[in-house]
Write a protein of this length. Sequence first.
Lengths: 224, 224, 224, 224
Amino acid sequence: MSAHSNFEAKAELGTNATRATARREQILAGATEIFATKGFERATIKEIARAAGVSEGTIYNYFRTKTDLLFGLLDQLNETDERPAAFAQLASGDTRQMFQAQIRKRLEGVGEKLPLLRALLPELLFNEALRTRYLREIVGPTMQMAEGAFGGLMAARALRQADPALTVRLVGGMVFGVLMLEMLGDQELARQRDILPKAIADLLFDGMAPESHESSAGSGEEAR
Amino acid sequence: MSAHSNFEAKAELGTNATRATARREQILAGATEIFATKGFERATIKEIARAAGVSEGTIYNYFRTKTDLLFGLLDQLNETDERPAAFAQLASGDTRQMFQAQIRKRLEGVGEKLPLLRALLPELLFNEALRTRYLREIVGPTMQMAEGAFGGLMAARALRQADPALTVRLVGGMVFGVLMLEMLGDQELARQRDILPKAIADLLFDGMAPESHESSAGSGEEAR
Amino acid sequence: MSAHSNFEAKAELGTNATRATARREQILAGATEIFATKGFERATIKEIARAAGVSEGTIYNYFRTKTDLLFGLLDQLNETDERPAAFAQLASGDTRQMFQAQIRKRLEGVGEKLPLLRALLPELLFNEALRTRYLREIVGPTMQMAEGAFGGLMAARALRQADPALTVRLVGGMVFGVLMLEMLGDQELARQRDILPKAIADLLFDGMAPESHESSAGSGEEAR
Amino acid sequence: MSAHSNFEAKAELGTNATRATARREQILAGATEIFATKGFERATIKEIARAAGVSEGTIYNYFRTKTDLLFGLLDQLNETDERPAAFAQLASGDTRQMFQAQIRKRLEGVGEKLPLLRALLPELLFNEALRTRYLREIVGPTMQMAEGAFGGLMAARALRQADPALTVRLVGGMVFGVLMLEMLGDQELARQRDILPKAIADLLFDGMAPESHESSAGSGEEAR
DNA sequence: TATGAATGAGTTTTCATTCAT
DNA sequence: GATGAATGAAAACTCATTCAT
């Protein structure tokens, strides 16, 4: 997204109510871009305004402070999320296939929101209020949903017996950590990105039963 | 570490050469404390000086800029590391036990350096030079060593056949990600912190072979 | 005067010409309220608009700049003034009684306009143009009229012989200064506010003649 | 005081302890000058810094905020005050002469501090905290002292019988109000400034007794 | 005429860095 | 070497004013 890509956005604005919403999103897009590039503190309102195609003053008509922009990003993260549907399907069909597909979808979804994550993550470590809201609104619900799905699979003997809460955190942490490693510039991961879902699925399901071993070796979705 | 705990450090200084080194470390300790608490940008030299028990001017006798302090932390991360010895032992004895112990040790080691990590991590995302050095000096060597160890285990059929490079990243990412989740305030992980090494080992080794299954169920180090 | 008390004023407007005038006054009322509360600089057009029940843009249809609002207040001060009649009556009847009554009336009049005064006064010190107009249009005429009245009284031996111009300024200054002391929060004055006119009259007339002494002690209007 | 008159002040600084004090006063002098000229809000830190001969940053090494500068002025007003001695002498000698001399001294004293007053006065109306401190630290003590002195005179029959508290406020208000009128540009007062003390004394003492009348007419201190 | 969103100049304040002592 | 006062560039934020609707 170029720093000037939003300049014509004004023309597209519709009714009075939607204009405000559109303007808000326009600004948040600019903020995401700059925050993700330089981090929250090093980003200046001037830059964000330029990237969003508005004046500095306008930003303050929509967000009370620079920090409010950060919280605005959280809201956006919330809105663009279709977690609910995501895990529901896990329980049906060939579990391993479903799981692998699910992981792939999650990775892609996160990939799209990577800039948003890069923008938020460092601040989450230092801003207590932001962290609390993130935990309550994003991490918490996701974990609960996943625990349910994992618990279901385990009950159905479709997954190795273990503590669902812990397992979910291990898998979630793995996805999260692998993503961070990639953000940090690990080349190997970038290269093998396509086999990642399969590798993760293998790790989880190989422990299930003897026959799962061959499945790991020969079957499954090909890396795209 | 209290903000005033270093005030008397000056008295303990020895020879001329070591005095300078000690002073450097004194300053880096202060920097770690403050960076970890407030992040790099929000930390001020004044605060760091106070935490380190020196004056602002003195800091500039040892570090050219505030950013150099950050790079100084990297050096410190390097020094305190005994990675070499760490993975060497993996190849011998009961692999699973060793692995589990190893993971535990790693987690504890990282735990000690958590402040250092909190201080560095966010900046790694935005400071290209820092990131490059981190990858070259820390991540790279660690990964290579671990790849060697994992590769050895796999060759000895002591670990499930898979791409060692990818496996190492999955495991490393998991440790890393789980740590981040905990830093973000996940309560469940904090509660189960002691079983974590076993859970990770189970995940890795259960996929191995039929007999490993019972090992997962009955054996193993108890949670402390 | 509540911040929302003027919202329905629009409905009461009459002919085209008076509508404009009414709107002007509506705005000036809002300006007075806010200026008096926060001072000229700290008052914002947005606040004034809200207090006046109009939009910011509308204010600029009636006043070219924020400073023009200030000058508008001067005009209002002029209009509400019935100084002419005020001093005329001084020359007749029991001078002391009349004087005392007059002072009381003046104090009450000023009391009503206190917000206006609070709004204007500080700016008078720093805005040369405003001050000049204030002197020419308000202070000057008032002083002249009062000088005439005082001069008349002195000529009629109804008042101690003295320079009328100076005496008027002493009395005017006293009224003014006492008012300021009260605005600054002096409690004693607030408590004795009702006897003030008598005390001032006593001060002025006791110097007249021997018999005025007892008048000071026993007679006179009671404090309400 | 010109905007650049303090540039060489730095050279005159002495010991470490006094340097800080001198720098503080240097800054307060600049603040007084600019506040008195343009008012608190319109004054900018940049201007004050230039007038004080320091950089903007330096001001913030001595005062936490712009408002703190204002409170610093209050402190200065306190220090330069020799009220205590002032009223003590009233009780002795020819009361009227003493009083007149006292008023003259007060007027001169206030004259010196006129810039300080101009700087503070408008803000006193709108800044509650400032006003409270001003009342407690300046107005209150002054009034109490004067009440004592006036009460003493009245008890000694050297002054017309009246409520001392109210009388003090009338006289104080008169001095204050006359000063304001002069600040507002009244020419008459500027012209008669020298006779002011006598005129005020006359007003107060003529009400005393028959023989005081001639004193008012023929005697007394000549205008300088 | 009335509206209120948009603008950007101008303000206070912070803080890395320098340098005289 | 050590100190910490001085500096001024740069940032967040405010608000009078404009102007399209």
